[in-house]
Structures are given as C-alpha cells and as structure tokens.
Design a protein around this ligand. Structure first.
Ligand code: FAD
Length: 493
C-alpha cells in the first residue's frame, strides 16, 4: 500500500501508512537486511524492487519535513512498563502509546536505541537519523528513563502501578573463549569494543587486528578496526565462507574495505605479535573439526565476536518465568511469558536477532498487551494465499532496472561518514513503479473488459469492482487475465 501511494506522489500518506507498522523507516531503510526483497516476485524479471531504498527515502523525507505522529484521541489510563529502549522496546512503546496507554521505558544506557546506537556503526546508521526517529516517539508522550538498570522487575512494577510489562533487554553479554596469552589486555570483546567506539572513545588496538567470529558483529568490528587505523584487519572463522552467519552483503563490504578472511581456522594462542591458529577441516557431516596442524598469523589484538547472550539473571527469580538458557520463553503467538501480564520480545526471546524482528515483536506485543488489558481473546487472522510469480499474468511490466543507491568509494571510507546515500524523489518514484502489486488490484479494468457476461461492475477510482454472481458463469476469463492475481476462483459450495 505504501509503495502504491508513492506511485501516486502521495509521499506523506505513504509515510503514514508505513509507520502504522514501523516507526523507523529511515533506520530500517538503512539497516534492515530486507528479506522482503528476497521474496519479491520482480526478482524473476529484472531484479527485486529496492523496497528498502524507497522506505529510506520516505523516512528521510519525514525527518526533513518534521512530520510527526498523530496523538491518540483518548487515553486509557492503563500503565505499561517497557524494559529496554532498543528497537523492540521503542516499537512496543510507540504502538502502546498510539493505543492510548501511558508508557514508561527504563534503560540502563545513557541514550536510547540499544544496539542501533551501541552496536551498528555510524557509517551504516548516522546517529542524527536514529535520534530523529526516537524523538518522534517521545513526542507522543512516551517517557524514557535512562541510566536505570531494572534489577527487581516485580518491585518496579508494583511501585510504579504498571498494569503490564514488556521485557526487551536484548543480548549484550559477549560469549568468550579462553585464549592463552601473556597480555589479556589485548583480547577484547566486540560488543564492548563497538560500544566504546559508539560512545566516542578510541579503544587502543594494535596494527594487526584479528576478529574471531563469522557473524555480522564480526564484520562490523573488523571494518571499525580498519577505520581506527589498523593496517590489517583479519577475520578468523572456524567454518567455511558458505557457513558464515554474516549476511553476504556485510561480508562483501568488509572484503571490499580490505578485511582479510581466514576460513577454517581457530585461534589457539596469542603471543606478542603473532597468533597460533589451528587448521580445521569439515567432516562428512559438514562439521568443522581440528586437524592438529597449526600455522602462525600476525596479530597483536584479538576481538572476540562469538555471539551474545541475554543478561537475564535478574528475571530468573520471578516465580513461573521459563527460560531456554539465557533467553526468556514466550508463547510465540502472544509473546506473553508464563507470568500473566509480563511479555517479552526482541533478542531476549528465541528469535532471529535483527532490528526488524525486534520491531515486529514490539508491535505484536503491544497489540497482545492491549488485548490482555481489555480481557479480550486473541483471534488469529487468516492469512490469504501468496500471489507467487507463476500466478501473475503480466502483459506489461516496463523496462526499469533496479535503481542503485550512490555510495562512497572504498578510498573515501577512512572515517565514520555514512557509506550509502539515498534516492532522489524521482528515483524513489521510478523504483516504486517497479512494484508489480502482486495480489493487489491495480484497477486496470482488465476483468471489466474481459467478462463476456457483464458481471463485473466498476465502483469508481479507489473502490475497485463488484462481481454480480447472478450473472457470473464461472468461466474464469477475469481470473485468467488478471495481471496481478487479485482474483481468486473459489468453488461454489
Ligand atoms: C554490531 C551489531 C550490528 C548489527 N547490525 C544489524 C543490522 O545491520 N541490521 C539488523 O537488522 N540487525 C543488526 N544487529 C542486530 C540488532 O541490533 C538487534 O537484533 C536488535 O538491536 C535487538 O533489539 P532489542 O530491542 O531486542 O535489544 P537491544 O537493541 O539490545 O536493546 C536492549 C536495551 O535494553 C537495555 N537493557 C538491558 N538490560 C536492562 C535492564 N536490566 N534494565 C534496563 N535496561 C536494560 C539495554 O541498555 C538496551 O538499550 C546488529 C547487532 C550488532 C551487535
């Protein structure tokens, strides 16, 4: 729908439609790994619609124009505590505020944003963009109490008269391994390293930095190390390139910036400026195992990027709350924990750990909290079938290749300036026009023209059509010609 509105030059309406679900289009347009584009049918023609770049265009336009969210018409008087001001907590707070609830977020850090501020480096997400999209949520009346670590949830809930709680504490504890070394100070964890850099500090690193791990955090740590002046930044990963959890784009960008990759290696020990690594190989099940053969690589600093865990110990004293290791168990349909009225989402629950999933959890939790506060049951909406490419009857799709975003040349990436630029209004419009509108009527009048029985009645612009089933013979002509598969043939019962 919001892409359709961009096609109509109705940019503000498009932004309002988009932000019904997600308050962070400028952020998502930059950092979301856009799984929607992998699913986009246009991939079969000339490349997926660059949905994220149109989203970013709308987000940036809203910031430039100072567009604000409309406040709810009535307040419910119900109070909700949100623990954590990361994407998940902020998204929940936003949706709860729109529903008229009074929301307070409490967060340990000295600024809101969670890993969007203290993890994702500025060259991918400028902080003025983050600040602008967070400020719009506080303008709705959401209070954020910073530098406040919640240690006793039930006591804070009682003392603050909160009717429900949403726990969105993320996963901030770095997993560690023991690497024998004479100088432990030269082994740091990636979360602390990136947090320090994001807080304006300049951690001391050597000339040759090894980053241990193969995820997105490892890629960012290696790229940040380059920007801090490391002459060499190498990734050491125990499996193969194909098995790396990092997104291919992140890995490719790291390689473009000169980060070297050492697959099938584990770090055994670190000396003054050398590191002993064991060569690994894959067994018949594709699992990496040591070979007992070693080699030496030059490195004077090791950054551990082996994954993160949720700091959830303070929740473990709550009677009835269930855990799966460090993460909180929730009902996947409602995101409620086993304790009535306490919900959880984002990185702190079993899930894919992305900004997008976190924001989605925040939205879902807010709706579930609202139902719970009103003692209403959750009724799952039936999802309609997907309009896959083979179901479309395209007769015209234009010859428009995917618009590319401008970006800094590798030689220009010495500092934390943003690498990728946005689209112009014309480019965003052109890109939105590439959307095939799969499954959504575009009012092309094809069904109207093709019906031999005059059973299709046009209702006017924006109102689509009505089908007169007394005249319809079920010949299927309308269905067979519909370019976007907005018509379904359903057998008469
Ligand atoms: C280096 C790095 C790069 C990443 N890049 C991307 C990317 O490009 N795209 C993407 O989609 N995802 C990315 N991610 C993942 C993404 O950032 C996380 O999945 C997302 O931030 C999780 O959101 P969250 O709200 O659950 O938790 P967080 O963002 O971690 O926020 C949790 C908040 O809770 C607060 N908190 C914790 N405990 C308490 C407590 N007891 N009391 C009060 N406050 C507390 C913390 O201070 C923090 O502000 C990246 C992660 C990292 C580390």
């Amino acid at each position: 729908e919001w892409l359709r509105l961009v096609k109509e030059h109705a940019d503000e309406a498009a932004w309002r439609e988009l932000t019904r679900n997600n308050p962070f289009p400028a952020i998502h347009g930059r950092v979301c790994y856009h799984p929607c584009e992998t699913a986009c049918n246009r991939i079969e023609l000339d490349g997926a619609v660059s949905i994220h770049s149109v989203e970013r265009y709308l987000g940036d336009l809203a910031i430039a124009n100072g567009w604000q969210f409309a406040a709810p018409v009535r307040q419910t008087g119900r109070r909700v505590l949100v623990i954590g001001a990361g994407p998940s907590g902020l998204s929940a707070a936003y949706q709860l505020a729109l529903l008229g609830h009074s929301v307070e977020i409490r967060d340990s850090s000295d600024a809101p944003g969670g890993m969007m501020r203290y993890g994702i480096p500025e060259y991918r997400l400028p902080r003025d963009v983050l600040d602008a999209e967070v400020a719009r949520i506080t303008a709705l009346g959401v209070t954020i109490t910073l530098n406040h670590t919640v240690a006793d949830l039930l006591e804070e809930q009682r003392e603050g008269n909160f009717d429900a709680v949403f726990v969105a504490i993320g996963a901030h504890l770095s997993k560690r391994v023991d690497i024998p070394t004479r100088d432990a100070g030269r082994i740091v964890d990636a979360v602390t390293f990136l947090r320090d850099v994001a807080s304006g500090e300049t951690p001391v690193i050597g000339r040759r930095v090894a980053v241990y791990g193969g995820g997105n955090t490892a890629m960012d740590a290696a790229r940040v190390a380059r920007r801090l002046g490391a002459e060499e930044s190498i990734i050491v990963y125990r499996r193969t390139a194909e098995q790396m959890p990092a997104h291919a784009d992140e890995r490719d960008e790291a390689v473009r910036e000169g980060v070297k990759m050492n697959w099938l290696r584990t770090i055994n020990s670190l000396d003054d400026d050398q590191m002993q690594v064991e060569i690994m190989e894959l067994d018949e099940n594709g699992k990496a195992r040591g070979t007992g053969r070693f080699e030496t690589l030059e490195a004077d600093t090791v950054i551990l990027a082996l994954g993160q865990e949720a700091d959830s110990d303070f929740l473990k004293v709550i009677p009835g709350m269930q855990f799966d290791g460090d993460v909180v168990q929730v009902d996947p349909k409602t995101l409620m924990t086993d304790v009535p009225g306490i919900f959880a989402g984002g990185d702190a629950v079993p899930s894919e750990r992305t900004v997008t999933v976190g924001v989605g959890h925040g939205k879902k939790a807010a709706r579930m909290i609202d139902l719970w506060l009103n003692s209403r049951p959750h009724i799952e909406r039936e999802k309609h079938d997907l309009a896959t490419f083979d179901k479309l009857n395209l007769w015209y799709w234009g010859d428009n290749r995917r618009t590319t975003q401008p970006e800094l040349a590798v030689e220009q990436r010495q500092n934390f300036d943003e690498i990728v630029g946005g689209l112009s209004a014309d480019e965003a419009f052109t890109e939105a026009w590439r959307c095939l509108s799969c499954g959504n009527c575009i009012e092309c009048d094809g069904c109207l023209g093709s019906c031999p029985e005059d059973a299709v009645i046009k209702l006017g612009k924006g109102l689509r059509y009505r089908y007169d089933y007394a005249k319809c013979t079920g010949c299927g002509t309308c269905y067979e010609q519909c370019p976007v598969h907005a018509i379904e043939m359903i057998a008469e019962r």
